[in-house]
Design a protein around this ligand. Structure first.
Ligand code: 9UX
Length: 68
């Protein structure tokens, strides 16, 4: 498992945080995703054989947020 820190933009409240956590945790290959509103960052533990960071960023963007 690798851990990635992904900058997440566009989150205004804890509801947004839960939305981003939900989409990340639903991705194949993600074992655990936690999002901080204060840090504007997602911390994602994932299996790089099963999912790429680019795919995780695309999922965040599909949910209506920004990812870098
Ligand atoms: Mo909070 Mo985020 O009411 O779109 S869920 S602002």
């Amino acid at each position: 498992m690798d851990t990635a820190k992904i900058s997440v933009g566009g989150m205004s409240c804890q509801g947004c945080v839960r939305s981003v956590e939900r989409v990340l945790n639903a991705q194949d290959g993600v074992s655990q995703a936690q999002v901080s509103l204060e840090l504007k960052e997602a911390s994602v533990c994932f299996d790089p054989q099963r999912v790429s960071i680019e795919t995780l960023k695309a999922a965040i963007r599909d949910a209506g947020f920004e990812a870098d």
